[in-house]
Design a protein around this ligand. Sequence first.
Ligand code: ZN
Length: 128
Amino acid sequence: MQIDEQELKKKLTAEQYHILREKGTEAPFTSPLLEVHNKNVMFKCAVCGSQLFAADTKFDSGTGWPSFDEALPGAVEFHKDSEYGMERTEVTCATCGSHLGHVFDDGPSATTGKRFCINGACLLAEKK
Ligand SMILES: [Zn+2]
């Protein structure tokens, strides 16, 4: 998918653009999505609108970032990220390549054991 970066800069806030397109990270406990517990929403990519996370996979991780134990099948891609001397797995939108956050192996053991730690600025919470 070709992204017109100049058009995108007009559509997104400066913070959103930085996080999504320059792999930034939002400050913890700042995302309004932390308070979204409605099961009738779908979390979509703020750049391309692709559906990424279902509401029933969202959980409160206490980290200050919206957290999910699973992504929709094929919705995201994984990349090794060794920046800052840490071995992490970066999560990007499979459709447009935008940065979303990281995935860790310390999620809820009752479900997948995964913790998708996602910047709320990268997501749109929309009615299904
Ligand atoms: Zn996208």
